[in-house]
Design a protein around this ligand. Sequence first.
Ligand code: NPW
Ligand code: ADP
Ligand code: MG
Length: 286
Amino acid sequence: MKLIYAEVLTQTIQKRPEHSHKGSYGQVVIIGGNKQYGGAIQLCSAATVYSGAGLTTTVTDVQNHAAVHAMVPETMVLDWNDTKAVTNQLKKATVIVIGPGLGLEQGAFSLLSFVLEHLQTKQICIIDGSAITLYAEHKEHLPPHPTQNLIFTPHEMEWQRLSGITIAEQTPEKNRQAQQQLGAQIVLKKHRTEIYTAKQTWKNPLGTPAMATGGMGDTLAGMIAGFYAQFPHHTQTLLAAVYLHSFIAEKIAQTHYVVLPSTLIKEIPLAMKLFESFQETRTSLH
Ligand SMILES: NC(=O)C1=CN([C@@H]2O[C@H](COP(=O)(O)OP(=O)(O)OC[C@H]3O[C@@H](n4cnc5c(N)ncnc54)[C@H](OP(=O)(O)O)[C@@H]3O)[C@@H](O)[C@H]2O)[C@@H](O)CC1
Ligand SMILES: Nc1ncnc2c1ncn2[C@@H]1O[C@H](COP(=O)(O)OP(=O)(O)O)[C@@H](O)[C@H]1O
Ligand SMILES: [Mg+2]
C-alpha cells in the first residue's frame, strides 16, 4: 500500500489559463438532501463550489432550496421531482455526485437508478452516503451501467454493506477483491482512509479525530467532485482531493478542538492557492 504524498497537490492544482471561463472548469450535478438531511446537501454543494467547480447544480427536495440558496448562492437548484429538468442537467454534467443526505425512500432509489441508467462513460459519478446503502441493498434491481468511472466513498459500515466484508475483516486483500468485483474506485473512509483503484492501493497519511463530525464525508464528496470537474480524470486528482481535505482539517485542528465541515470548506480556496503550481500550463481541460 502506497502513502499519498504531499507533491500530489502541486502536481494537480495548476495555475488557471488566462483565457478560460466557468465553462472551462466543469459542470457538477449534486443529488441528495431529503427533508431530514438538508445539511448534507448544503455542505456537499458548498465544498464543490469552494473547490473551484465552474458550474454547480444541486438537485434536492424543494424544502431545502431556500437553505441551499442562502448557504451557497453560487449553486443552482432543481426540484428532484422535476424529471425533465434533471435529465437536461445530467446530460451536461462533467461530474455527478449522488447520495449525501439522499435517504433510503423509494424516490431516492428511483433517482439512483435513473442516474446510473443515463450515465455516460466520460462522466465521473461519485456515490456517497445513502446511495451506497441503496446500491448495496438493491444491486440486482439496478439497470446496467458502466462501473469504471464510478467512485464509491463509503465509511466502514457503508463498505460492509457494499462489499459484504464485516468491519473487523476489512483487510487490504479482501477489500481489493471486492474492488475488483465492483469495478469502481473505492475511497474507504476511516481514521487513515484507503483508496482502491483498479491498479493500486493508497493510504492517506493525514487525518485527525477532530474531523469526526457529521457532514465531514459529505464535504469530501463535494471536494472530489470539484477536483474532477476541473482537473484531469486521473487517480492523482482523487488522491489530491482526499489529501487536501485532511490537510486542511489538520491545520485547523492545531488551534481548534473540533473541525466543523463548514469551517473546513471556507479554507479550501486559500489552501488550493498555497499549492497552485506554475510549472505547467494546461492547454485543454476536457
Ligand atoms: N447534516 C446532515 O444532513 C447529515 C446527513 N448525513 C447523511 O445521513 C445519511 C446516513 O449516513 P450515516 O453515515 O449518518 O448513517 P449510516 O449509513 O447508518 O452509518 C452510521 C452507522 O455506521 C456505523 N459505523 C461504523 N464505522 C463507521 C465509520 N468509520 N464512520 C461512520 N460510521 C461508522 C455507525 O456506528 P456507531 O456510530 O453506532 O458506532 C452507525 O451504526 C447519509 O445520506 C449521510 O450523507 C450524515 O452525513 C450526517 C450529517
Ligand atoms: N478519527 C478520524 N481520523 C481521521 N479522519 C476521520 C476520523 N473520523 C472521521 N474522519 C473523516 O471524516 C469523514 C467522515 O465521513 P462520513 O462518515 O461519511 O461523514 P458524514 O456522512 O457524516 O458526512 C471521512 O473523510 C473520514 O476519513
Ligand atoms: Mg457519509
